[in-house]
Design a protein around this ligand. Structure first.
Ligand code: UDP
Ligand code: MG
Length: 320
């Protein structure tokens, strides 16, 4: 009995007052059913992380935690984004549990996959990735952009699990090692494979959001993709170097051509060709500078070593 693992379900919430009252009991039911099956300990909890919501999310979390001992919550001092909120929850949970499962609070990820995740942990896996078996409920656009992103990031050399978002079981053993990753730009799904340990996948179907709206419009999705690539891979810089080399070779050939024309007397009258060349090179240079700037910016942020989040309140006592 006493060697059943303690599970913390970690759930980042940002402006989720519409879904939280619906999905919170589902998470609680899952915890109680796993406790009843003797798979996890009585101390298991649902830990909500309020990511500086502007609506009543934190009030809802506080009243939930008064209702049932299995509910707990922490709130960040301001909105820090999904990845930081999730990290705050995982770091909070790691010293008080054996396993964490991170999941969104909108009911899109099938919570029944948790049973299989816990089974896999019991059978020796330290990380279990939840993978969407198909994306039937996503719009064509979301599916297309998301799948292209996974392919692109893989091609860029980052090791991420295809069609896995942030629904995953991670043991406290892994989290303790993960705590040593001091970087500020975080992209969790790409970082856990870097920690190593035995891992496996569980497949599930993703549903539509139960209520409320997605916080990932195209702009944020692109930002996440761009951040993901530039925090995990330096391949874009290499591509630019390669492009630079190709263009230099081309330019060299052009110079030879121009010299030959000059000496053979066919003086080129056209300013257009030189204009085109200048613009072209100018464009390439600007793109290159932009991408390099992105990395320089990341280095700048990393050197500051700012805290990734600040917890301003908790529904439970610090030391227990
Ligand atoms: N979220 C968060 N902070 C943010 C944006 C989102 O904690 O700044 C949470 C949100 O409450 C949800 C999860 O991250 O639990 C995923 O967000 P969402 O469902 O909007 O994204 P999608 O599933 O559409 O990609
Ligand atoms: Mg969602």
């Amino acid at each position: 009995m006493n060697n059943t693992p303690t599970l913390y379900i970690v759930i980042p919430c940002y402006n989720e007052q519409a879904v939280l009252p619906i999905t919170a009991p589902l998470f609680l039911n899952k915890i109680t059913s796993l406790i009843n099956k003797n798979k996890i300990s009585q101390d298991s909890k649902v830990l909500f992380v309020n990511d500086g919501s502007k609506d009543d999310t934190w009030q809802i979390i506080k009243s939930l935690s008064n209702e049932n001992i299995h509910y707990e919550g922490i709130t960040l001092s301001r909105n820090r984004g999904h990845q930081n909120a999730l990290l705050a929850g995982l770091m909070e949970a790691k010293d008080r549990c054996d396993i964490t499962i991170s999941i969104d609070c909108d009911g899109q990820d099938d919570i029944n996959a948790m049973d299989e995740m816990v089974d896999n942990y019991i059978n020796g896996a330290e990380i279990v990735y939840g993978v969407r078996s198909k994306r039937a409920t996503d719009t064509f656009f979301k599916r297309f952009t998301a799948e292209s992103f996974y392919k692109l990031i893989k091609w860029m050399g980052a090791d991420i699990v295809y069609n896995h978002a942030d629904y995953r079981l991670v043991s406290s053993k892994v989290l303790n090692e993960f705590a040593n990753f001091k970087e500020v730009n975080i992209f969790l799904r790409g970082m856990f494979p870097l920690v190593g340990f035995k891992s496996t996948c569980v497949y599930y179907e993703r549903n539509e959001r139960i209520a409320g709206e997605s916080h990932y419009p195209l702009k944020k999705m692109l930002a996440l993709a761009f951040d993901g690539i530039t925090s995990l891979s330096v391949k874009p810089i290499r591509l630019i170097t390669g492009l630079g080399v190709c263009i230099s070779v081309l330019s060299f050939l052009l110079i030879i051509y121009a010299l030959v024309s000059f000496f053979s007397g066919n003086v080129v009258a056209g300013w257009s060709s030189s204009l085109i060349a200048t613009c072209f090179i100018g464009g390439i240079q600007l793109i290159s500078l932009g991408v390099i700037g992105e990395y320089v910016g990341k280095i700048y942020m990393e050197t500051k070593q700012r805290p990734k989040y600040i917890i301003s309140e908790k529904t439970f006592d610090e030391d227990k």
